[in-house]
Design a protein around this ligand. Structure first.
Ligand code: KIV
Length: 299
């Protein structure tokens, strides 16, 4: 089956046609290849890789170089979904020029087609500078994990009227600045529904209820590979951790009991000099032979 290339325009058309947008994270070549064959719309190389791939405590520790490294691996695998690189903590907040330069690295070195940034109205000037440099940008509001120390943890946002109004205005301003889509993370579904109705670009929810234009999840969370914590919104769509554990138990058992590898999984020596070789092994001082070989190799 040949799949169609997803573009920013085709995502916006999906919203206009009332079709849901399905997106997911991926961080490496092999998994991205599986994901891309499943005809999803967008793959985010999320900074969540800090936790699920690299074992950092939160997303703040991951560097630009680490993000580019993973984005390169994903873009080598993907030919259908739109690839978005997630800009890590501080990489777009120091000044506009640095933000544009770092965003450009995702496109030029990483092979991404767009970048995602966390934040609202305060980021609009920076976002405009990126778009002026021909870099497509996705927004992200609500629970933005790069602000966890300000929020005091992974807390649902938009629970007060003031906070909800702020989120709606942020979404409006991000659209005005030119983002092509906005991730809404961990906000009450009624607020996400309001935002989705108020803007023309697609909203992509994660913990934001059923009325967003699309959905994203962290692949390692929904497959049960990363199990350090489980937010309320997370539905398990598989138990890959148990499959991996079962496979490794079986592998260990077969190696310990000399069941695997048997000769079916081995290469046969087909030459007719095996007896000569065995004789040579028996009748020679192999330490001396090995020393001779290293002398020759060092020359
Ligand atoms: O880093 C990430 O994976 C994300 C998604 C959860 C939206 O930002």
């Amino acid at each position: 089956m040949s799949l169609r290339k997803v573009t920013i325009q085709s995502l916006i058309e999906k919203k206009q046609n009332g079709e849901k947008i399905v997106t997911i994270t991926a961080y490496d070549y092999a998994i991205a290849k599986i994901v891309d064959a499943c005809d999803l719309d967008l793959i985010l190389v999320g900074d969540s890789l800090a936790m699920v791939m690299l074992g950092y405590q939160n997303t703040l520790s991951v560097s630009m170089d680490e993000m580019i490294h993973h984005t390169k691996a994903v873009s080598r695998a993907v030919s259908n979904a739109l690839i978005v690189g997630d800009m890590p903590f501080l990489s777009y907040k120091i000044n506009k020029n640095e933000a544009v330069r770092n965003a450009g690295r995702f496109i030029q070195e990483g092979g991404a087609e767009a970048v995602k940034v966390e934040g609202g109205t305060e980021l609009c000037t920076t976002i405009k500078a990126m778009i002026d440099a021909d870099i497509e940008v996705m927004g992200h509001i609500g629970l933005t994990p790069q602000k966890i120390y300000r929020f005091g943890g992974f807390m649902v946002q938009g629970k007060t009227i003031e906070n909800a109004k702020h989120l709606i205005l942020d979404a409006k301003n991000l659209q005005e600045a030119g983002v092509f889509s906005i991730v809404l993370e961990c906000i009450p579904w009624q607020i996400a529904e309001l935002i989705t109705k108020e803007i023309d670009i697609p909203t992509i929810g994660i913990g934001a209820g059923p009325y967003c234009d699309g959905q994203i999840l962290v692949l390692h969370d929904m497959l049960g590979i990363f199990t350090d914590f489980k937010p309320k919104f997370l539905k398990s769509f598989g138990n890959v951790r148990d499959s991996i554990t079962d496979a490794l138990e079986q592998y260990k058992n077969e190696v310990l009991n000399v069941i695997y590898p048997n000769k079916d999984y081995s290469y046969d020596y087909v030459g007719d000099q095996l007896e000569d070789l065995k004789e040579w092994v028996e009748n020679n001082d192999l330490n001396k032979e090995a020393a001779e070989l290293s002398k020759i190799m060092k020359k």
